[in-house]
Design a protein around this ligand. Structure first.
Ligand SMILES: Cc1ncc(COP(=O)(O)O)c(C=O)c1O
Length: 391
């Protein structure tokens, strides 16, 4: 692997396409056991190779902006498998998605419902509506990653469900096609999902009593991954995830269950590869200064998130001495830090450093702050092919 990386300018995102394919295959095979439909959440990573792989495996697309809907359509996703959430859809975004006849607008407020109704009428096109309900479930994840508790901006309050359905039934350009939930991201316990299933059962019982039978239930995404020890769980345990849902969710006749998975599908396939620019001895700490910074990977600065960091170059040295470092980037911000007081093999200028589990919410969240360039993508299969041709 070392030879493969030697001549590539750092930093770059390395994607293990074999792992990505195995992950997609595993997820889709486990979901198919219950006839569940997975929509790949574009927000995690919109690289064309990733989208094409998702398409190959039969995923639909979950979009949270108009541009993501455009991207999904242009990449070849069938609009009949595209769902579109987001609290602030603009009129133009709604009109585009409507004209493409997408599977559903996951509607997040009563006002949005009225606006979609007006735009649908103006265009004389029926809009498919799933109501995104805020179920009041605490996902027990980072506060910036929770979306299903009442103080979050997402979704329609449970007490407004009937009012919303009435609005839909009163407008012939609106078609009620189901309920949508998404309680947060990086949820590592199954408990919040079990709680969600129970609430969905309750809501459905209430609706059924009023002769309302949602055709589709979308439970969103959020299934978490092992950031601390990725090698222990390169492919998340989709089998347990889907079988747990199957155990706790009461599915009604002819009902289809949907998911919007992002992180669990692509995170472990990505590694941010960076080079050590300097090892700086401070008064109290030593710093490993990388050529990758928060503009390449903002998660640690934004959420205080932990990624496993490895000194790849040290593997070929015969020294086993460890030292403690703050691993930081070159950006002019103190929050530009990937790890604090991390134990690493003794590290030197020029060493290659791997920041693991960065396939989701990594490259996609890059910025050009400090006028920095964005780290490009390098795909394992293309790299191997290239190295073969070079021999
Ligand atoms: C509406 C919606 N669906 C799906 C996802 C994907 O979540 P995850 O990547 O945690 O699976 C998100 C991300 O938070 C989201 O906002």
């Amino acid at each position: 692997m070392k030879n493969l990386f030697q001549n590539i300018a750092t930093p770059f995102y390395y994607y293990d396409m074999d792992l990505m394919q195995r992950t997609f295959y595993n997820a889709i095979s486990e979901a198919e056991k219950y006839n569940y439909q997975i929509h790949y959440a574009l927000k995690a990573n919109t690289n064309e190779r990733v989208l094409q792989t998702a398409l190959e495996y039969g995923f639909g697309a979950d979009c949270v902006s108009g541009n993501e809907v455009i991207k999904a359509v242009e990449s070849g996703f069938n609009p009949k498998k595209i769902v579109f959430a987001g609290v602030g859809k603009t009129d133009e975004e709604i009109e585009y998605a409507l004209q493409k006849n997408i599977f559903s607008f996951n509607v997040e407020s009563l006002e949005e419902l009225e606006v979609i109704g007006e735009i649908a009428k103006k265009n004389q096109i029926i809009a498919n509506i799933a109501l995104r309900i805020n179920p009041g479930v605490d996902a027990h994840t980072h506060k910036y990653l929770t979306t299903g508790i009442v103080e979050n901006k997402f979704g329609i309050d449970r007490s407004d469900i009937l009012k919303s359905i009435k609005i839909i039934f009163n407008n012939k350009f609106l078609n009620f096609n189901g309920l949508h939930f998404h309680i947060g991201s990086q949820i590592t316990s199954l408990e919040p999902f079990i709680e969600l299933c129970k609430i969905v059962n309750e809501i459905q019982d209430e609706l059924n009593l009023k002769n309302i039978f949602p055709e589709n239930i979308n439970l969103g995404g959020g299934f978490g991954i092992n950031y601390e020890n990725p090698d222990k769980e390169l492919i998340p345990d989709f089998k347990t995830f889907f079988s747990t849902i199957n155990k706790f969710l009461k599915i009604r006749n002819n009902q289809k269950i949907h998911f919007e998975l992002g992180r669990s599908l692509v995170a472990q396939s990505g590694t941010l590869v960076s080079k050590v620019l300097y090892v700086k001895k401070g008064q109290q700490k030593d710093f490993v200064i990388l050529d990758a910074g928060m503009t390449d990977l903002i998660r640690p600065a934004l959420y205080g998130s932990v990624h496993k960091i490895e000194n790849y170059s040290s593997q070929s040295r015969n020294t086993f001495a460890l030292a403690k470092y703050d691993v930081v980037g070159p950006v002019c911000e103190s929050s530009d830090r990937f790890a604090e007081q991390l134990r690493l093999p003794e590290t030197h200028r020029g060493d290659l450093i791997f920041i693991r589990s960065t396939g989701a919410y990594g490259q996609i969240m890059s910025s050009n702050y400090n006028l920095r360039k964005n780290a490009p993508a390098v795909y394992s299969d293309e790299l191997i092919q290239k190295s073969r041709l070079a021999v």
